[in-house]
Structures are given as C-alpha cells and as structure tokens.
Design a protein around this ligand. Structure first.
Ligand SMILES: Cc1ncc(COP(=O)(O)O)c(C=O)c1O
Length: 395
C-alpha cells in the first residue's frame, strides 16, 4: 500500500503543457515524459497561495476571499497571541535558525523545555523532538523496526509511516484497516520481535484505530505498539487498557493541534535515548528553529489550560453540526469519482469555501471525496455556511 496525504488538487497544469516530446534526450526527456503522464492522468498539482492569518483569507493568484476548511490548525493556535508572542520572543533571543543539528550545536534551552513538557503531557518518561512529524515517524520506525526485525502496519497508515517501514529494513506486513483479528493472525505466525504501528485517527477518513484491541494483541505477543497521534486532538487518549503491560511509544506532530512546526516521539526513557543516538532524521538534520519550539511550548500551555478545554469543546461542537457522532475533526464526504469530487470542490470554492478534493492515489479508486477539516477558529456562521453549501453541492 502506498499513499500520501493529498493537500490540494491545485489549479491545473500550465496552459499548453503536454508533457513529453521536448527536444533532448536522457534525463530531460524522462522528466518530461513522467510529468506528461501526471498531466494525462489528470493529477497535476501545485500549491495554492493562501494569504491568511487563521481560517479566513485570500487565494492570492485568484484574488478570491475564502474560508479554509482544509487546514489542520484544529484549535486555531497558529494565530493565538500567546503562541505568536512566544515565537517572537524566541526570535529576539536566539535568532531565526538553530544553526546545526541537535547533537552538534542546535539545541537551545527551549528544545529541552518543550521535550519535558511533551513527556509530561503524554504521561511518558521522556520525549524527543524532531524537525517535523514526518521525520519523527521515519526516526522511530527506522530504529525500532530495524531493532525488532518486523513491522505490522495498518493499510491506511500515513505516508510517513509507510516510508518509515521502508527505512527500517525489516519484514513489513500490512494488516487490514483497523482489523485486530487480522493483526492477531499475522502475529500468531511468529517471527522476529514485532512493532505494530497505527495512526490513532486516520488522516483521510477521520476514523479511529481500535486501540484497546490492538494493544491486547501486542500484549499477547510481546509486540511494541507505536501510535501516531497526529490528529488526536479530540482523542482517543490511550488509557491503562492500552498502556498497561505493553511497550507503547507515541509519535505526534507540533504542526496540527499545537499550530507550529515539528514532531516528537514520547515513551520510555531508554527508547528515547536510543532514538537520540541512532535516529538519522534526528542526528543528521538541523534542529527545529527555536521560534517553532517556543511556539509549540506556548501552544501546549494553552491546550492544557481551561482555555484549551474550551477550544476542544468548541471544535467538538462544530464536528457535531457537520457530521453528528463523528469522532474527529476530519470529516470525509465520499463522492465516488474524481470528476465529481473536483466539481463539488470547485462549486464550494465559488461560494468562498475551500474544501479540498482528495483523489487516488491518496485514497482508493471510487472513493474520491471532499475532506473537510474543522477548527475551533471557525465561527458558528462559517460552519453554518459550510453545512448548507455541502447539502446543496453534493445533494
Ligand atoms: C497521521 C500523520 N502522521 C504524521 C504526519 C506528519 O506530520 P508533519 O506535518 O508534522 O510532518 C501527518 C501530517 O500530515 C499525519 O497526518
């Protein structure tokens, strides 16, 4: 299974672009041919520039005012005054970049402070931060998967997990989506010590992994359970039925709930020490900027305060209006064909609502969809507009 999270369908290929047939041979031709295939498959993408602070702004190329339902800034903390002020103070104190990798010259006091706060938040002995959540998965899986020799991965796991499995140089088995029985049968076949890895909230469907059942299978077979909690702003929050008697390692990102940039791995102290010493995406890369670390630390303080609880409640209320009973702020509206998903996304855009269309290869053929992501920063009025526009556009 290979998939990657799609961010945006983009405005389309440049006019007149046909791909192959350019003069020249070798690489130039190969690149042109490959690009031509992307165009021919209708899968050309390029980033849209969004001039915004928070959810409302302007798509710069088109000059169109829109409300974004496309970001993972679930609690609106990218623009929170305390978060912005913390980043600004860090810029003044330590400058723009860390200047080196963590083990050489890149560590600043704020990195350690952030790691201690993350470990405490997650109820773990220790945590280590990475430049991105993607790098955190690469680091954790390459080291732990390589140590054990076998990785079992949910078929709908995020692209960074899939790539981490590849880097592990381990035997990799993919179990059916959210299916603990299939996992159990794979574990029962025996083999080297296993790492079981799963998103806790899946990034394209917004559904949850059955954590207690997965943990029970890990407990029975002595497997390590690696949880990617990137989207778990509203839970699930693993309790003792998940963590007791299992070596649980938790990966997260600072870029979604915490509104900044970076990733982390939290778990037992020896696991974290091993990553610090062996994980190449930690060792051979420049440290996350001090301003990003400071912003995440300030955001974490907000999340853990009564204000954070209120923001989560507000977000849960928005989810309830859009999709009653749905467990996360990622709400898929599955439409079937790519054409239909693109058409509906364009129709919403015409009404000033930016909801990306997600198509194969990111999701399976025939399940192209709109992917709505909600934020506590959305106003009640904006969510109301979305609900009625979705009904009229997809109805
Ligand atoms: C499930 C999951 N894991 C990891 C990541 C990577 O996180 P980051 O954006 O911090 O690299 C993402 C983000 O796209 C994700 O959806």
């Amino acid at each position: 299974v290979t998939r990657a999270e799609e961010v945006d369908a983009g405005p389309g290929a440049p006019a007149g672009w046909t791909g192959g047939g350019r003069p020249g041979a070798g690489w130039e031709e190969a690149v042109a041919d490959r690009l031509g295939r992307v165009v021919a498959e209708g899968r050309w993408r390029s980033p849209r520039s969004f001039d915004a602070l928070g959810v409302a702004g302007t798509l710069s190329d088109e000059g169109r005012a829109v409300v974004s339902f496309a970001s993972n800034d679930y609690l609106g903390l990218t623009a929170h005054p305390k978060v912005v002020a913390a980043a600004r103070d860090a810029l003044g104190r330590w400058g723009a970049g860390a200047g080196g990798s963590r083990l050489v010259t890149g560590s600043r006091p704020v990195h350690r402070e952030l790691e201690e706060a993350l470990a405490e938040w997650k109820g773990c002995e220790a945590a280590v931060s990475f430049p991105t959540g993607f790098a955190a998965n690469l680091g954790a899986l390459s080291v732990l998967g390589g140590l054990g020799g076998r990785v079992l991965s949910d078929e709908l796991n995020h692209a960074s997990i899939i790539d981490g499995c590849r880097l592990a140089r381990a035997e990799v088995s993919v179990y059916r989506h959210a299916d603990p029985d299939h996992l159990e049968s794979l574990l029962s076949r025996g083999g080297p010590p296993a790492v079981v890895v799963t998103d806790t909230v899946f990034s394209m469907d917004g559904d949850l992994a059955p954590l207690e059942e997965l943990a029970a299978a890990c407990r029975r077979h002595g497997a390590l359970l690696l949880l990617d909690e990137a989207h778990a702003v509203l839970g699930p929050h693993p309790g003792p039925k998940v963590t007791d008697g299992v070596c649980v390692v938790r990966v997260g990102t600072l870029s979604k709930t915490l509104g900044s940039l970076g990733g982390y791995v939290a778990g037992p102290r020896p696991v974290v020490d091993l990553l610090i010493n062996l994980a190449r995406p930690y060792i051979f890369t420049t440290a996350q900027s001090p301003a990003d670390a400071a912003a995440a630390l300030a955001a974490l303080e907000v999340v853990r305060s009564p204000e954070g609880a209120a923001l989560c409640a507000r977000l849960a209320g928005h989810v309830e209006r859009v999709a009653p009973g749905h467990p996360s702020p990622i709400v898929p509206v599955v439409l079937g064909t790519e054409e239909r998903a693109l058409r509906c996304s364009e129709a919403l855009l015409a009404e000033g609502l930016w909801v990306p269309a997600i198509r194969p290869p990111t999701v399976a053929e025939g399940t192209s969809r709109l992917r709505v992501t909600l934020s506590a920063a959305h106003t009640d009025e904006q969510v109301g507009r979305l609900v009625s526009a979705l009904a009229s556009v997809t109805g």
